[in-house]
Design a protein around this ligand. Structure first.
Ligand code: FES
Length: 271
């Protein structure tokens, strides 16, 4: 939708620019069309003779000119008036071609720029990554986590929700990202090289298919080349509703800094 709006605005802008650019040509054509037959310039007398061709006219002009031999010194007949060349009122052909080329290039670059902007513009809809996402009542989120076997996936926010029990975190390591809520939000992006990390049903861990990193249910490091646990998003409770601020990424715990870990429930998916 944003892309469509930007492209429409660009098209309107280009059409306006083109209309302004070609205005002198349009005015010149209109001025030509406005001349009536009575206003047209009279044809020079020599050229008006139907029996006289261009060659004959030129010879007559040469014979009657001031330097002509055998003129006898008398008053020379008036030379036929040269037709005046009409001064062009619009841009000449070279300028027209140059302007057309510049206009075309401007149009192409403008359309490309608008399309790129539309593609890169952040889509901060209510539930999109980058926004403060309202996931609804906390009890509903907890139900969804239980139904999902230990996690609830929210793809448009690129996050997983897992249950958080403060009693299992006596040092309060995750207090500042849960803010009193019973849930925790985990970023789906692998901290090794950025692949999306899927949930493994059999182990109930998050296991990266790219290079084999594994994280437990709370996104803490368990195995593989990842330098730490998965990153998180801060959660807040407002009127009982869970909000996840996906504009703020909190670095995950170190490889040995996990406190909620539990062994795999079954075979690993990427093993
Ligand atoms: S990107 Fe996940 S292990 Fe490399």
């Amino acid at each position: 939708m944003t892309t469509l709006l930007i492209l429409t605005a660009t098209a309107i802008g280009l059409l306006t620019l083109a209309a302004w650019w070609f205005r002198p040509i349009v005015q010149a054509v209109a001025a030509d069309l406005a001349v009536t037959p009575a206003q047209r310039r009279p044809v020079p007398p020599g050229l008006a003779d139907p029996d006289c061709g261009i060659g004959a006219t030129l010879m007559a002009a040469a014979a009657s000119g001031p330097g002509a031999s055998g003129s006898g010194g008398g008053s020379a007949p008036a030379a036929p008036k040269k037709p005046k060349r009409k001064k062009p009122t619009g841009p000449d052909r070279r300028a027209f071609l140059r302007n057309s080329w510049l206009l075309s290039m401007g149009g192409v670059l403008g359309a490309f720029g608008a399309a790129s902007l539309g593609f890169l513009w952040p889509r901060l809809g209510a539930g999109a990554f980058g926004a403060n996402i309202d996931l609804g009542p906390e009890e509903d989120v907890l139900s969804s986590i239980a139904e999902g076997g230990g996690r609830f996936e929210f793809p448009s926010g690129r996050l997983y929700m897992v249950q958080y029990n403060a009693a299992n975190d006596p040092d309060g390591q995750y207090e500042d990202i849960t803010n009193g809520a019973s849930v925790m939000a985990i970023y789906q992006q692998c901290v090794h090289l950025g692949c999306r990390v899927p949930w493994c049903e059999s182990s109930r861990w998050f296991e990266c298919p790219c290079h084999g990193s594994r994280y437990n249910r709370w996104g803490e490091y368990e195995f593989g080349p990842a330098p730490r646990g998965l990153d998180r998003f801060p959660v807040t409770l407002t009127d009982g509703n869970v909000f996840v601020d996906t504009s703020t990424i909190v670095t995950g715990p170190t490889q040995t800094g996990g406190v909620l870990g539990e062994p795999a429930a079954g075979p690993n998916c990427n093993g």
